[in-house]
Design a protein. Sequence first.
Length: 476
Amino acid sequence: MDQSNVYDVAIIGGGTGGYVAAIRAAQHGKRVVIVEKHLLGGTCLHQGCIPTKSLLESSKLYNRVKQMDEFGIEVNQDSLFFNAAKAFERKKAIVNQLYQGIQYLIKKNKITLLHGHGHLVGKQKHFEIGVENESTGSVQTIFSNHVILATGSRPNIPRGITIDGIKLFTSDEILAHPLRPDHITIIGAGAIGLEFACYFQELGSAVRIVESEDRLAPLEDKEISEQIGSAFDKRGIETMPGYRILIEHMEQMEDGKMLYTLQSTKGETSVHQTDVILFAVGRKNNISALGLSNVGMEDEGAFLQTNAYMETAVPGLYAVGDIAGSYQLAHVATQQALIAADTICGISTLPYQPERVARCTYTHPEIASVGLTEEQAKAAGYKVKIGKFPLHFNGRSLIHGDGEGFIKMIVDEKTDMILGTHMIGQGATELIAMSGFAIFMEGTAWEMGMNVYPHPSLSEIFGEAAMAVSGMAIHS
Ligand code: FAD
């Protein structure tokens, strides 16, 4: 066997999970190869976190400028214009800068990068991996002691829909070119659907968002869902929870508009028009065509089962990121990648703990949560105490000109331990990490209340919410 083709760790997929695992394993002195079929950085960098947040920053600023009068800054409102093409240029520049950074890190850590579709061919002494050049069909074979699968996911497209990038979109096509429809319908009010609803409303499109569950952001605490619902209503976004689109009743009219039918949970139907439809109805994992059965792995369905150290039932074969079945979030992929790489290298690490994962939606107002919702905590048998604090009682929020939203802390009545924190409002996606750390440290509401917070700062709401748990908040 040609030893130059034998690695300690082979990683299939060079997205968030893949490149982080590669760097960590290389830092531990391992010989590492990444097989990537498109671009290092994966969904998060090229079609996910970074491009969406870059565009949302542009649309937020555009709307902020409209409110400058309140701050004593006079702006000629008539000349304000959202240049979507420029916002896209900026997004592209940010993505490129980060992409170059990752390429540099891969070189610096002496990681081999092979371009092509990676799949498992078999396992004897080593895992055998085929790397197929998708344009020529030629296959290179490499071998590795350990394999980390990090192949991510792609948009879920409902059966019967052909995405054309003209009238019908997923997030991938929406992020490819600047689009400014007069009216957009978004199907799905999870994080991706909500963020695009916010972006398009802020740049001036009329927006309708449709959700088959009975509330927007259905995975969030109920009170957070209600608040984002009313925030969207206030901004003029048409929200339709409890409705689903009837795919078979969609048609394009002569004037180019799309006609479609919605059905409520009670069975009532209504017909609507729009310019374009964005489907944001979940993501499908890239696990077919990986050759799993060649190494004795059963076809496990929607995602790959692992233990808490990310190892599958096949010894030496790991899975991280979206395909591993936990939250489909970049920081989950990163965390799991570190755990898998450390475990492979024999370094003591922590198991993956989903209860420590913050979930963020970068709408305006922002949504962020970590740990259990009130409903989940009760269902798990906890007797809970709740501490709530509104942002409009926080000085820094008012200074920023935005007192919308609140923080809600869920605490175990018996031990005083913080079980979950849920926030909606400005800064939520930055601030939530503090509560994540408190949960990690098994912190109590008393400790959170006794922490010293700078004044004036948004972080003071943590102290207030923690004290509100025992009815002792100072400013409410
Ligand atoms: P990916 O990053 O998708 O990487 C997988 C890589 O594997 C890809 O580069 C792919 O080309 C490659 N690949 C696939 N199959 C093969 C194969 N057989 N051989 C070789 N290469 C292969 N998460 C957040 O935490 N915060 C956010 O704000 C956020 N916003 C998002 C917005 C949108 C619109 C979308 C779509 C997602 C967003 N996400 C966000 C989710 C986040 O992007 C993913 O959770 C994250 O990218 C998952 O990382 P991963 O390593 O599992 O997969």
